[in-house]
Design a protein. Structure first.
Length: 182
């Protein structure tokens, strides 16, 4: 009987061990399944994150490339605008210098003409002064000649008048003599 009890106990122990093992195995299987599900979920999440990161990187690369192109285009445009501005300013500067040089030449020509005309004016002034002096001398000479001529005429007139008076006297004398002779 002891042996039977022993067997029975052993069987019960074995049964308990089997149940405990079965329960542990079940728990472990559940934990493994749960962990596998977590792992699968994490793998999916990792893949999703990888995909998102990849897409974001691609988008970022595209955006970066677009931004680089935009900045490059803007820089080229600015460079072109600056070059155009420099060309325009250089052209304007050349034009202004050219006009300045032309005006300087024109000014010098006018200055030369003014100097030449000043010399001519001075020459004309001297000529006018000379002519005025000549006219004054001529006026003086004419006045002197007029006076002399006037005096000469007056002298001649007196002489003629004297002759006329003498002639009249002679006529009277002749008449008187004629009367006496009758």
């Amino acid at each position: 009987r002891r042996k039977k009890d022993q067997e029975l106990r052993t069987n019960r122990d074995i049964q308990r061990l089997k149940e405990a093992h079965s329960s542990t195995e079940q728990t472990l299987k559940e934990q493994i399944t749960k962990l596998e599900n977590i792992r699968t979920s994490l793998e999916r999440e990792i893949n999703s994150l990888k995909s998102t990161i990849s897409t974001q990187k691609l988008n970022h690369d595209e955006t970066l490339q677009e931004e680089k192109i935009r900045i490059k285009n803007e820089e080229e445009k600015k460079q072109q605008e600056l070059e155009d501005r420099i060309r325009a300013l250089t052209s304007s500067k050349d034009e202004v210098e050219s006009r300045y040089n032309q005006q300087l030449i024109a000014y010098r020509e006018v200055q030369q003409k003014i100097n030449f005309q000043s010399v001519e004016i001075e020459s004309f002034k001297r000529q006018i002064e000379s002519i005025q002096m000549t006219i004054h001398d001529k006026d003086t000479e004419i006045l002197e000649t007029r006076e002399t001529t006037k005096k000469d005429y007056e002298k001649k007139l007196r002489s003629i008048q004297k002759d006329i008076d003498m002639n009249d006297e002679l006529k009277d004398r002749i008449k008187q003599l004629e009367n006496e002779l009758k």
